[in-house]
Design a protein around this ligand. Structure first.
Ligand code: PHE
Length: 365
């Protein structure tokens, strides 16, 4: 009846500590929520096998927000008032997390977003945390890569006007690219869910750019890549973490091959901890984990470790414990939370290959 449906988890009882997750399990960002859910599940399974927290088992209640901020807000309220969770994990897309953060902060329930990079998310208040870097850094990373490695002089930008993430990343990239001596010939825009981008791409083509920055989500980016080639644009496309989905290869086909995006983690990282996570994930879910899975896993493990340290399970106690997270060894980098409740980490640049990504370089703050 218009209510988000619970898709798993166990209700809270005396022997269980209940966490909540709000994620996109359907809609244009579906792979984001599903990967995150898998990562969280894996972390909980390991923690329970190791004895749980404060003598209790951990469980998670998951709600689908259908890739919509309104649904994300509603699901958050439900986790707080009905399920009475001790802490909330989610979401991925920043616009959804912004809607959630409003509710979590007002209720004094700690929230950790694994992967929302828009600066304003954690500015919603002292109960809101993230275990990933923020977009002012991510925009810098691709601007630097475009200038120093790809040696691009003139680029165009194509942004999603319905996404807080895309708008901000577009701004940051533009500012940084210009500071580094490059030129942004034009900035065009679309709305999430659009299917025809030919008018914008044709306008872009007229400016004869050396590359196009498309800080959007995979559902749209894949189609944009195909239509870019169709209108005769042969230059590389560049993007951010929102590209990270195995669906990108399917939607973009050969049109997206050879393009670059910034991300939180690379499955090619030889680090033993990362490779163990990948092997465990594959054994359970059957595919290579993407950055969302890695960050979902890290967010859940940061949460669990904080619950262990917290003097009790009240909102303020859990909040204070999370805030003290320091040098936590995640699979998507080490997590130390700064006074703005953000993690400061390096980013990787990945190249899109045939059905998989290829690690190119790491850029540090
Ligand atoms: N950073 C994106 C946002 O804030 C979400 C995202 C993270 C997407 C990682 C894919 C991978 O909207």
């Amino acid at each position: 009846q218009g209510q988000p449906a619970g898709t798993g988890g166990t209700p809270a009882n005396a022997d269980t500590i209940l966490l909540g997750q709000v994620g996109a399990l359907t809609g244009g960002q579906a792979t984001f929520g599903i990967s995150t859910r898998n990562g969280i599940e894996l972390a909980l399974k390991e923690a329970n096998a190791a004895g749980g927290v404060k003598g209790k088992k951990l469980a998670v209640k998951v709600y689908d927000n259908q890739s919509k901020p309104e649904e994300a807000a509603q699901a958050t309220t439900r986790l707080i008032t009905q399920d009475k969770v001790v802490l909330i994990l989610g979401d991925v897309a920043s616009s959804n997390s912004l809607a959630m953060a409003e509710k979590a902060q007002a209720a004094g329930v700690p929230m950790i977003t694994p992967s929302s990079t828009n600066t304003t998310v954690t500015q919603k208040g002292d109960y809101i945390f993230r275990v990933c870097f923020i977009d002012p850094f991510q925009g810098f990373v691709m601007a630097k890569f475009a200038r120093d490695e790809l040696k691009l002089g003139k680029v165009a930008v194509l942004q999603d006007n319905k996404s807080a993430y895309s708008i901000d990343l577009s701004d940051v990239f533009t500012r940084k690219f210009k500071e580094m001596g490059g030129m942004v010939a034009t900035t065009e825009s679309y709305s999430q869910g659009d299917t025809d981008y030919r008018a914008q791409l044709t306008a872009i083509k007229k400016t004869q750019p050396d590359g196009i920055y498309v800080p959007g989500y995979y559902s749209e980016v894949g189609v944009i890549a195909r239509q870019a080639r169709e209108v005769g644009l042969k230059v590389p496309l560049m993007g951010g973490d929102g590209w990270d989905s195995e669906k990108l290869f399917e939607l973009g086909g050969s049109a997206i091959t050879g393009s670059y995006f910034s991300n939180h983690y690379s499955p090619d990282n030889p680090d033993a901890r990362v490779q163990k996570f990948i092997a465990d994930y594959k054994a359970t879910y059957g595919g290579v984990p993407d950055a969302l899975a890695a960050l979902g896993y890290d967010a859940a493990r940061v949460a669990i470790e904080a619950l262990q340290r917290a003097k009790d399970l009240s909102g303020p106690a859990v909040r204070d414990a999370i805030a003290q997270t320091k040098d936590f060894p995640g699979v998507a980098g080490t997590v130390t939370l700064d006074e703005k409740r953000n993690a400061v980490k390096s980013a990787v640049v990945l190249k899109v290959g045939d059905g998989k990504t290829q690690y190119v370089t790491t850029i540090s703050p």
